[in-house]
Design a protein around this ligand. Structure first.
Ligand code: G3P
Ligand code: MG
Length: 254
């Protein structure tokens, strides 16, 4: 077992190296409970998923702002009540085998995480204009729903992550970037982030070292090539977020 794995499961950082993107990666409809079966099949012990609010402030899972791509609904998610969203099919678009899969609530996901001892990275993905309220309500809900292991919160939205941190300072936060801004260190310090989550295409051995030297944990997304996953792990990247649960296992990153 590599040094990085020992470190990854230490008391201050109780998260494994491998993280299943959108719960089931490419093996199940994204952001649905069906993805848990894929995680368990391939030995994944941590998931990432996208959380947002319905018009009546239910926290539920969906990646896009609108319903068109991954459900049989249409239009902006933020204009639908939870009762309307709960009746949608969120599985058939992916494969007929998953017909009748529903959009899950954060509470349903938390229950599965606790039952299966799977850690969570909750990506706060606000609908347009709803950054602060989404950050706050996700953090408050997460604090009450997870008992065994604190979920790691992250967001591309500075305002959402700040609201989450202000609401529940005890939950670890990670700022999400695509291209790294020049002032990434100022931003993560302002939010007291425990981790930095970066598009792996923008990571180099040098900037990973700078992040680690700044005391940050590093998550790289979305790494679907085993050789690249191995390289990032060698550089000291703490978490590899991947769709390829079937191709990237502990043997690749340890
Ligand atoms: O949190 C990592 C990754 O999920 C960010 O990108 O678009 O898949 O949510 P996206
Ligand atoms: Mg995400």
């Amino acid at each position: 077992m590599g040094n990085g794995i020992d470190q990854a499961l230490s008391a201050d950082w109780p998260y494994p190296r491998l993280v299943a993107h959108r719960i089931g990666g490419r093996l199940a409809p994204e952001n649905t409970l069906a993805g848990f079966d894929a995680c368990i099949r391939f030995g994944y012990r941590m998931i990432e998923f996208d959380a947002k609010l319905s018009s009546d402030n239910q926290v539920f899972l969906l990646h896009d702002d609108n319903l068109n791509r991954t459900t049989n609904g249409r239009g902006p998610a933020a204009q639908h009540t939870w009762q309307q969203l709960a009746s949608l099919d969120a599985g058939a678009w992916f494969d007929v085998r998953f017909k009748d899969e529903r959009l899950p609530t954060l509470a349903q996901v938390a229950a599965r995480c606790e039952r299966e001892a799977i850690a969570a990275n909750i990506e706060i993905k606000p609908c347009p204009g709803r950054d602060e309220i989404t950050g706050r309500l996700v953090a408050l809900a997460a604090k009450d729903l997870w008992r065994a292991r604190k979920p790691l919160l992250s967001s591309f939205s500075f305002d959402a992550l700040k609201a989450a941190r202000d609401a529940v300072p005890s939950l670890p936060c990670g700022m999400l970037f695509d291209a790294l801004p020049r002032d990434w260190l100022r931003i993560v310090r302002e939010l007291a982030c425990a981790s930095l989550h970066a598009n792996h295409r923008h990571l180099t051995q040098q900037n990973v070292r700078a992040m680690r030297d700044a005391g940050l944990r590093v998550l790289a997304y979305t790494v679907n090539d085993p050789a690249r996953a191995r390289e990032l792990a060698k550089w000291g990247v703490d978490m590899i977020c991947t769709d390829r649960l079937d191709m990237i296992g502990e043997d690749v990153v340890s």
